[in-house]
Structure formats: C-alpha cells, structure tokens
Design a protein around this ligand. Structure first.
Ligand SMILES: *[C@@H]1O[C@H](CO)[C@@H](O)[C@H](O)[C@H]1NC(C)=O
Ligand SMILES: *[C@@H]1O[C@H](CO)[C@@H](O)[C@H](O)[C@H]1NC(C)=O
Ligand SMILES: *[C@@H]1O[C@H](CO)[C@@H](O)[C@H](O)[C@H]1NC(C)=O
Length: 570
C-alpha cells in the first residue's frame, strides 16, 4: 500500500511503478542514494501532511524531495525556505537555489540578502561568500544600507577573513563604496582601520581619502541610489499655489522610483509621474489595493457642498489602464477603506453637511456595493486598518465635530466592539499596521473639546495587550497626510498644519528598529488630503538609470553640496 502513496506523491515512483520497469514487480527496490530515514520522513509526510522542518534538515529533505520529484514534501520545503528565511540562512538558501537551478527561490533569497544587507554582513556565512557574488551584491541597486559605513565594514570583514588572497581585491571592492557621502565621523572609522598599515594598500587609502575630501564629486557618487522592490504611490490630493492665492486639486499619480542616500543622514525619495486618474481630480478620497490593482474611491472634486463623490475607479499597473466601476451607494469623503477577504469596505465619512454611520462593501466578482452593519455613530476623519483579519478603527470626528479617542473593532455583521482608547482624541491622522501592531501619527487633537491643535505625539496599539503606548513624536504637523508601509517603515506623506493651515511638503518615515523619524525629502506635488499606497509596478516603469534626470538633479545637488561641505559640524 505504500506503493500507491509513493506513486501518488512522487513522479519518480510513479514512473517506477507504472511504466513497466522491472522494479514494479520486485518485492525490494534498492535506492542507494537515499537514506532510510529520509524516505521515512517523506512517506510520513504523505500520510500525515506534516513535515517537521528546521534549518538543520531542510536542505537535505528538499534535495531528496527534488530527486524523487516528491511534490507534497517539496512544496512544504519551498514554503519553509521562503517564509523562514533569515539573515543566518539566506546565503545558504541562495547557494542551494543556485545549485539546483531554482530561479524563483534564488530571487527570494538574493532579494533578502540585499534588503537585509546590514544584518547579513555580520554573519559568519558572509565571510565565505565568493568574490564574484559579493561584488554582484555590492553593485546592485537593490542593496539597502543605512550608510556607506555599513558597506565599508562589510568589505573589511570579508577581506579580513582571508587577507592573504583577498587583499588584492580591496581596490575593486572599495570602488563600490561612496566615500564622499560619509560624514567626518564616519570617515574617522575608515581612517582608523588597521588594514591600511598593509604596505600594498597605502596607495588605495590615499585615493579613498582624496575621494572623500573632493568637493567636485562625480555625479554617480553624489548619492547612493536604492530601488525598493515595491513603489510608494501618491494619488490625488490638493495643494496651494506658490503665491498662496489659489488651491488646486490633482488627478496625478506619482511614484517613488528610488531612495537616495545623500551625505550623512540626508535622504530623499526620487519621485516620478505615474499617470493621471480619470476625471474628476479629487481629494479626501480613499484608495485600496486588491490583487495588485489600485482602487480609487469617493472624495471631493471641489470645495463646495455638492462636490462629494461616489465614483470608483480601478487601475491596473501592468496594463496601465483605468476602469470605471459601480458607484458607491453613498457619496463619501474623509472616510476610510479596508480590504478584507477579497472585498473592499467603505466606512463612514461625510457628505456635507451630513456625517455618515453607514458602511458598504464592494464585491469585485459582481461589481456591486451593498450595505453591511452600520457604525454605532456617524464618523469622519477616522482611520480603519486590517490587523490579524479584523478591522480596527481609531479616532475621527463625530457629527458634533468632536474629536474622539475611541478605538474599536468593526465586524461587518456583528458591528462594533470597543477597545482601549488612545491617550488623546485624534482625527485626520494616519494609521498603519506594522509588526503586528497599529501605529498612529499626525492629525489633530482637541483640548477639552474646545480648541483643535496639531497632534505631534504618536502612539502604537498592541492588540495582545489591548493598550496604546507612545512612540517618538513627529517633528512637524501632518494633518490629512497620506501614509503607507514600505519595507517595514511607516511613511507619513504631506498634509498640512491645523493651526495655521500651511501646507506640509515633507515626507517622514518611522523606523521601528531605530525608533526614529527620518526626513525623506519633499513631496513631488499635491500634499493635502492626499492618499498613498504601495504598489508593485512593472519594471518598465521603474527606470533603473535615467541619466537625463540624474544629471538634471545633479546640478542642483552640486550647488547644495558646496554648501553642505560643512559636514564636519555634524
Ligand atoms: C452617484 O452620485 C451621482 C451624483 O453625484 C448620482 O447621480 C448617482 O445616482 C449616484 N450613484 C448611486 C449609485 O447612488
Ligand atoms: C473613550 O473615548 C470616547 C470618545 O472620545 C469617550 O467618549 C469615552 O469616554 C472614552 N472612554 C474612556 C474610558 O476614557
Ligand atoms: C487651546 O489649547 C492650547 C493648548 O492646550 C492652549 O494653550 C490655549 O490656551 C487654548 N486656547 C483656548 C482659546 O482655549
């Protein structure tokens, strides 16, 4: 009876037992390449559907499963390798995938290496990396490093693992480091590196030192360009003209093509235009991503009372086309949207002068909206997010224009369940899920329900403890900003100040690992009541090296650079 299971699970055994090979009639079959224990594990897996995997055995089992084309076990192994990949194992996974010609697994592994480079470079396995592969990583535009020092340290530790044979590669490796971007403090570590006492490296150090000191930096060295795997996309919004005379509403979509690390800690997002959404231009709208496609829903097309929208559009980034979908049953702006189980929920919002408590759900299969259980109260300027399969809603304004501190779970059939309140009321804020928690930043707050001010304080909700705790405040107000999570960091984009209604043109991002807000440069256009999301764009859009734009900005940068050369002050 094992035979049937074996034949069903494995192409190898199926061929052996069904294609009239002599083994199909033998009571015993010799499998000299296989350990009894390995076969036992695989057969057990076919019966139970369980395969106990760990890093100490997964490569062996995967290789056996591959030889036998043992499908059930193979897919479990591949899942394990992709999902459990970590800085200690990623280089092993990459070399395994390479050896067995597993293209997709190799891509996952190399991607991990590049995006977690700082951690990977500290592992012992890193020191065994072949030179060619190391250079490939160091020259990649997907190499993610917080500073050039990280690259320098990695190169030094790799060389020092086998100095005799690797010192002569030092020159080529050092070329991948952008020394002019280092601060004096960072360069001090380079200078103090005892490797330089090596006679053969004296000249190299002098070149590096000159490079660091030079004022006229070659364009390709003015910043390190990093291409994220997915792109931040900005949709719609409005902005005030330069003379502060008029406001304009936008149809534009922008995407962050690359991140640029300039000197020291100076960073910037390089934005490009992705396209335009169909008429009308809108702000206070909502966006969602479902199956890689972008949905743009509701909002306002102008500042009057009758300008709230119910229209819904879908954008397919691969085909670069827009589709008009069914309209919402109600017109909404300043509402919130989530995606849960393949459906889109539009929650609350307002349509002057009314605030809405209704919730409706969009089903892509039927292209229709239908009502689900309403909220307990009309709500606008709140944020809803999905965490662990549940919809969490924080803050907002009720229809007396009172700012709320409440947090609750919303269930489409069962309605609301209240949770721990935020420490202060908040509306028109940003909320994102990150690492199993909800992070809240920006927006406004009220004091004794009388006067409204910008809210700089930030807080984080832990569902396991049902409690909010604070994290470092934003450096500037961001009310009505867009937000998104890209590569484990919380981006807050644009918005304005509630206190003086000035536009906020900046992008900030919070890194939970360093617990710091970083300034990520300026917004490309509109910034108020704008929406942001993360999309996977086709590579034809993401231009690896657009020289014309690189050089256009480089002139400006060069001008800035001369000023910035007072980096010693840092
Ligand atoms: C959407 O709003 C327009 C007016 O702005 C209205 O004519 C139309 O009937 C609305 N659609 C639905 C489904 O209610
Ligand atoms: C929670 O917040 C709501 C809305 O701001 C408020 O009405 C309620 O009293 C708060 N509850 C507690 C326990 O503070
Ligand atoms: C508004 O709130 C701020 C901050 O608490 C306070 O300093 C100010 O006096 C308040 N203004 C009024 C009119 O209540």
């Amino acid at each position: 009876w094992h035979k049937v299971i074996l034949a069903a699970s494995s192409d190898y055994f199926r061929a052996m037992f069904t294609l009239g090979m002599k083994e199909s009639n033998q009571p015993f079959v010799n499998l000299p390449f296989l350990l009894a224990s390995e076969l036992e594990v695989l057969i057990g897996c076919s019966y139970s559907g369980i395969l106990a995997l760990s890093w100490s055995c997964v490569f062996e089992i995967t290789s056996t499963a591959l030889q036998l084309q043992y499908q059930p076990a193979l897919s479990m192994c591949l899942n394990f390798l992709q999902q459990e990949i970590n800085p200690q194992s990623c280089l092993d996974v990459a070399s395994f995938a390479n050896a067995y010609g597993m293209v997709q697994l190799l891509e996952v592994a190399e991607d991990f290496v590049l995006r977690q480079f700082q951690k990977v470079a500290c592992t012992s396995k890193f020191k065994d990396l072949p030179a060619k592969q190391l250079l490939k990583y160091l020259n990649s535009l997907s190499l993610c490093v917080p500073s050039e020092l990280v690259v320098f340290r990695a190169v030094v530790s790799w060389i020092q693992a086998k100095p005799k044979i690797r010192l002569r590669l030092a020159k080529e490796l050092m070329k991948t480091i952008h020394f002019p971007l280092m601060t004096f403090k960072e360069f001090k570590e380079v200078r103090n590196q005892n490797m330089w006492s090596e006679h053969s490296l004296k000249e190299l150090y002098e070149t590096i030192f000159e490079d660091f000191c030079s004022i006229e930096v070659a364009p390709q060295n003015q910043c390190r360009i990093y291409l994220p795997k997915e792109s931040l996309v900005l949709i719609g919004g409005d902005q005030i003209s330069e003379d502060l005379g008029t406001r304009s509403i936008s149809r534009d979509l922008w995407f962050g093509n690359s991140l640029r690390n300039h000197m020291g800690i100076k960073k910037a997002m390089e934005w490009r235009k992705l396209g335009e959404m169909p008429d009308p231009a809108r702000f206070g709208h909502e966006v969602a991503v479902l199956k890689g496609q972008l949905y743009v829903i509701g909002g306002k097309q102008y500042y009057g009372v009758d300008d709230t929208l119910n229209s819904t559009y879908r954008y397919d980034p691969l085909r670069n086309n827009w589709e008009t979908l069914a309209e919402m049953r109600e017109r909404r702006c300043s509402f919130s949207v989530v995606v849960l189980d393949g459906k889109i929920y539009a929650i609350g919002g307002h349509c002057d002068p009314e605030y809405r408590d209704s919730v409706e759900r969009y089903c892509p299969a039927t292209n229709s909206w239908s009502y689900t259980c309403p909220l307990d109260l009309p709500l606008s300027g709140h944020v809803a997010k999905v965490l662990q399969g549940q919809i969490f809603i924080s803050g907002g304004l009720n229809n007396d224009y009172l700012c709320l501190a409440s947090t609750f779970l919303y269930h489409p059939e069962r309605g609301s369940t209240y949770l721990d309140n935020m420490s202060k009321p908040r509306a028109y804020h940003c909320m994102e899920t990150l690492g199993g928690c909800l992070y809240v930043a920006g927006g406004m707050t009220t004091h004794d329900n009388v006067n409204a001010t910008d809210q700089l304080a930030c807080e984080m909700y832990n569902p396991a403890a049902d409690s909010w705790t604070s994290f470092p405040p934003l450096p500037v107000p961001h009310m009505g900003a867009g937000s998104a999570v890209l590569e484990g960091k919380f981006y807050v984009l644009g918005g304005y100040s509630q206190e003086d209604y000035s536009d906020m043109k900046m992008v900030h991002r919070y890194d939970p690992a360093t617990q710091q807000w970083e300034n990520m440069g300026k917004m490309p256009g509109p910034n108020n009541d704008i929406r942001a999301t993360v999309l996977c764009l086709p590579t034809s859009k993401v231009l690896l090296k657009n020289h014309s734009s690189l050089f256009a900005t480089s002139k400006v940068l060069l001008a800035n650079l001369t000023v910035l050369n007072g980096r010693g002050l840092r």
